[in-house]
Design a binder for this molecule. Structure first.
Ligand code: SF4
Length: 435
């Protein structure tokens, strides 16, 4: 008989929708209501995809994997971490916060480096806010108050599909009863994206020229005259008009994404954007929210900050936490070939890291906690498949605006499959025995 589980939280993107209904039959999710297409495919099993249901191991990466029991796999993984000089513990963004706690404590025990996927995502936003501040609000405030919304360097129609309907643009809020009709939507993107097609104003900035455009907007806001006909590909008149819209907002919010964190100037784009928001607050109320990617990338940065004092890129090799991105970042440690072992969980660096970093992952012992077959598991020595957080076990996740939400367990995991938290706890116990 089919059962309907209500108020499920979607464990995919940073929008962290908490209104999903799952249709369950015989411990399988056979359908969803309210989830977008990406959320739906995370909840439902894809025909032909490989789900690992027990640990796999191989000595040589060219050999085939062999099935082993949990004790053997966890003991071998603990040995690799204990024997390494510079072990990396990385990933974390697609699992719940209690797993983060054990992962960070494990890094401290083995004197390793611990970090999450923000390194290749919104890390530059973190470096910027440490410099100049963080004038953020919650998504609920945007929904209820915002009459001017900017999406800069992000394409929520593809990457956060329900963001605009739940919060950013189309939703009807307490002071914005007419929803879309009460809001002006500005999109800044070099491409005419599906999000840009919905905008009232599309500022089609030239690639890598965001810093110039933000600087011009700040100058115009402060009453300076802009020289030339165009800046960063945008007619000067349009920049003045856009600034007028921002100044006259009752409540404005800037959402920003990879288009500014990963293009030329990186974190300097963001600190300039934050300064623009601070400048705008001399005229009106303006806030910003980073479009965090994975559903719990933010959670790791929160947990890591409580435990170590730093949000990511934390090096415990000296016994005390050291934070120096560029030096203590996992990507850089791999590319400089300093890392000599790696535990990866809840992320897929084999698919998403720079080529040189992946080449180092091929050379060193690699433990991967991952339920599915991925480019990263193809490079592994040990695969430890966990229960899928938010589907097969509960926990806590932090939305892009920092609001914590409790994940629901919808179905049981495969027999004998533990959560990330339980696997890491058992690894920690083994490490303590070996040290
Ligand atoms: S918008 Fe994001 S959180 Fe919401 S259903 Fe889609 S993937 Fe899930």
């Amino acid at each position: 008989m089919m059962e309907i589980i209500k108020d499920v939280v979607c464990p995919f993107c940073g929008t962290l929708c908490d209104d999903i209904e799952c249709y369950v039959e015989g411990n399988h999710i056979i359908g969803t209501k309210n989830a977008c297409r990406i959320g739906y495919s995370k909840f439902t099993h894809r025909e032909g995809s490989t789900r690992h249901t027990g640990p796999l191991m191989r000595e040589n990466k060219k050999d085939d994997f062999k099935k082993v029991d949990w004790d053997t796999a966890i003991e071998k993984a603990a040995e690799i971490l204990v024997n390494a000089k510079k072990p990396l513990i990385y990933g974390f963004s697609a699992t719940e916060c209690h797993a983060h706690v054990y992962g960070i404590e494990l890094a401290e025990k083995v004197k390793g480096v611990v970090s999450n996927t923000a390194e290749v995502c919104h890390g530059p936003s973190v470096w910027a806010l440490q410099d100049v501040g963080y004038p953020i609000c919650t998504l609920g405030e945007v929904k209820n108050r915002a009459d001017v919304v900017i999406y800069w360097g992000c394409n929520p129609m593809h990457a956060h599909p329900r963001h605009m309907s739940r919060y950013g643009v189309f939703s009807r809020g307490f002071f914005r009863e007419r929803g879309r009709n009460d809001r002006t939507l500005i999109v800044v993107d070099p491409r005419k994206t599906d999000t840009a097609k919905l905008a009232d104003v599309h500022l089609q900035v030239e690639p890598h020229k965001d810093y110039e455009l933000i600087s011009a907007m700040r100058a115009a806001l402060k009453g300076f005259e802009l020289k030339g006909e165009k800046i960063a590909g945008i007619p000067v008149e349009t920049i003045y008009e856009a600034i007028d819209v921002l100044k006259n907002a009752q409540f404005g919010n800037l959402f920003f994404g990879m288009g500014v964190t990963q293009s030329g100037s990186k974190h300097r784009n963001i600190d300039n954007a934050i300064e623009l928001i601070i400048d705008l607050n001399a005229h009106t109320k303006f806030t910003l929210i980073p479009m965090r990617g994975h559903y719990n990338v933010n959670g790791f940065n929160q947990v890591c900050t409580w435990i170590s004092g730093y949000p990511l890129c934390v090096d415990y090799s000296s016994g005390s936490p050291i934070f120096n991105p560029g030096d203590t970042s996992v990507t850089d440690l791999l590319m400089r070939r300093e890392a000599d072992a790696m535990l990866n969980l809840a992320s897929d660096p084999g698919a998403h890291f720079p080529q040189k970093a992946v080449e180092r992952m091929v050379e060193i012992p690699l433990i991967v906690m991952e339920p599915h077959q991925t480019p990263t598991t193809e490079l592994a020595n040990i695969i430890l498949p966990p229960a899928i957080a938010g589907v097969e076990c509960g926990g806590t996740a932090y939305r892009m605006d920092g609001v914590p939400i409790a994940l629901k367990k919808v179905i049981d995991p495969p027999e004998d499959v533990m959560s990330d938290k339980e696997i890491l706890k058992r690894m920690m116990d083994k490490v303590k025995e070996l040290l």
